[in-house]
Design a binder for this molecule. Structure first.
Ligand code: OVM
Length: 393
């Protein structure tokens, strides 16, 4: 018998404090059933990881949200990366791996570090500020669209767009409906930004369109792939940076450790991604009858993978709920893993390292000076507001 639990993983009460429910799901068994949405769910590290790696049994092509594309028409043109399976997936992924390769991203390092230092200097002059809009949003909204080759105007439009798409992986609840309303005015703009004419002749956007010249992909495919960058590249890093600042402000010893050794910046960002898991969940759909532990699930079932619960599973992690810069956190699933593992992780890590490195070198203290406010989203975990004060080192 698969244990049935009375948990709704897409409601505000759950998001306010998901950890008791994460533990209940992990402890109930390797797989649980959630009648609230008629879905199965895995919350233990082992099963989440196994599922991410077994793309043959657990498909993405029927959507990685609650909606089953075999039964419901997708609300937008499906992503050629996220919402595909091999062999189509491998063709587009290979191209994106090349566009976002370590050597391509290495060329951005100096500019990313310089932008982080300028921003932290500005914030030091202000002293008190809101770490979400003024730092966690401001930084990616500069460096990432620059790297894509976008014009300077209206970049903030990327935030409501990403917020809407990440909400769309959950049920059509009030959060999703509100995000749709917020994003409606920017939909046409985002669509237009993925066209070659909107992009500079250098940058990741142009690199994707160049593959259309070579015949590797069509022009229409190039536009959908640029759309993936615009969708997945901002809100994720905003919440990753927000998580890191929130962790460093709460775990003062860790921040002092980082100051003493700024080369820990990369490790600090990685640990924040493990602990807070900005992307909390994705679904798969079973392609056949599958066994999880001793249980059997039929073909065509939606299974929710709780990445955030896996990343705090005490079966896998010692002191799982502690932010520890020196722990060996390789293997966390905050970026996913397997064929769908985050294609932009190299870029995200560079952003994290640049910002946390600048904080480590320039800032002596970070204190929370107002009530932090959560941002509610069906997929993303993060803050809407985090008032802080920083002092110069
Ligand atoms: C995409 C896409 C959208 C949202 C998230 C994502 C985390 C990818 O359009 O490819 O990956």
């Amino acid at each position: 018998m698969i244990p049935a639990l009375d948990i709704d993983p897409f409601c505000q009460a759950f998001f306010d404090d998901p950890y008791p429910a994460h533990a209940a799901m992990r402890d109930a068994g390797p797989v649980v059933y959630l009648p609230a949405h008629d879905i199965h769910a895995v919350a233990r590290y082992q099963q989440v990881r196994d599922m991410l790696l077994d793309w043959g049994s657990y498909a993405s092509g029927r959507g990685v949200g609650l909606s089953d594309f075999a039964k419901e028409k997708p609300w937008r043109l499906p992503s050629l990366l996220l919402e595909t399976d091999p062999p189509l997936h491998d063709r587009t992924r290979k191209l994106m791996d090349k566009v976002l390769s370590p050597s391509a991203v290495r060329g951005l390092r100096e500019a990313f570090v310089a932008a982080a230092e300028t921003l932290i200097d500005d914030l030091l002059r202000r002293g008190s500020f809101d770490a979400v809009p003024d730092l966690a949003e401001a930084y990616p909204l500069t460096v990432f669209p620059d790297a894509i080759g976008m014009p300077a105007q209206n970049r903030r439009f990327l935030l409501p767009y990403g917020n809407m798409v990440f909400n769309s992986f959950g049920p059509r609840n009030a959060m999703f409906e509100a995000a749709l309303v917020d994003a409606a005015p920017v939909l046409a703009w985002v669509q237009a930004q993925s066209r070659r004419e909107a992009l500079s002749s250098s940058g990741f956007g142009a690199a994707i369109h160049a593959a259309a010249d070579d015949g590797a992909i069509s022009v229409a495919e190039a536009e959908v792939l640029v759309r993936s960058l615009l969708t997945a590249g901002v809100d994720t890093t905003v919440n990753g940076l927000g998580a890191a600042i929130y962790c460093l402000a709460r775990f003062q010893n860790a921040f002092q450790q980082l100051r003493a050794d700024p080369s820990l910046a990369r490790a600090a960002f990685e640990e924040a991604v493990r602990l807070e898991s900005p992307v909390q969940t994705f679904f798969r759909t079973t392609t056949r009858e599958v066994r999880i532990g001793e249980e059997t699930i039929s073909e065509g079932s939606k299974v929710l993978m709780l990445l955030g619960a896996a990343n705090r599973d005490p079966r896998r992690w010692e002191r799982a709920d502690e932010f520890d810069l020196t722990r060996r956190n390789a293997g966390h699933v905050g970026f996913g893993t397997g064929i769908h593992g985050c294609v932009g992780a190299v870029l995200a890590r560079l952003e994290g390292e640049a910002v946390l490195g600048a904080l480590a070198r320039k800032v002596a203290s970070i204190d929370i000076v107002g009530e932090p406010k959560r941002r509610y989203n069906n997929t993303l975990r993060g803050m809407a507001s985090l008032p802080v004060r920083i002092t110069a080192g």
